[in-house]
Write a new protein. Structure first.
Length: 169
């Protein structure tokens, strides 16, 4: 997906974020610090990571600034309410920054934390990919705990299979 106007990206990424938010809303309070493997991301770590990468890496880089990613530790936010508030606040700030990008900005270059020069729209295109990757981890964690998750596009796999059986005629 190539885009030359930021509105195209903002609309697309807004929809990605809505699907992520629906998932985050079902994580129980008492499971925010749960991880399936000691030393790996918890639910809260993943949420803080998504928030901080968006705001302090992507939003900084597209402005021509270096990454200020602080990590995803508890110093950023503790407890379900605070973690979700941090997630929303970082997103609002990021979207406001992204909304200022002109077609010239998008076709220009920015520098990644690895020091790689990349076309700004291509760098932004990786942001939803990153979020979707970690959203998959959250779905997996929820599955390990037996938490019923929302279908990503309105139907479960079983519902799609059932609806598809009627289309053989």
């Amino acid at each position: 997906m190539e885009f030359t106007h930021i509105d195209v990206f903002l609309e697309y990424y807004g929809k990605v974020r809505q699907r992520t938010k629906r998932l985050l809303d079902i994580i129980p309070d008492d499971k925010m610090d749960w991880t399936p493997i000691k030393g790996k991301f918890t639910f809260a770590d993943l949420i803080r990571h998504l928030a901080a990468i968006e705001r302090f890496m992507y939003a900084e880089n597209v402005q021509g600034k270096p990454s200020r990613y602080p990590g995803c530790g508890k110093e950023l936010a503790v407890g379900r309410e605070a973690v979700l508030r941090f997630f929303d606040q970082c997103h609002e700030e990021s979207m406001a920054i992204f909304a200022t990008l002109t077609p010239e900005n998008l076709s220009g270059k920015c520098v990644t934390p690895a020091g790689t020069s990349i076309t700004t729209w291509k760098w932004l295109r990786l942001l939803p990919e990153h979020e979707i990757h970690h959203r998959g981890q959250i779905y997996t964690y929820a599955g390990f705990l037996g938490i019923k998750t929302p279908p990503i596009y309105g139907m479960t796999s079983e519902q799609v299979a059932e609806a598809s059986r009627g289309s053989d005629a």
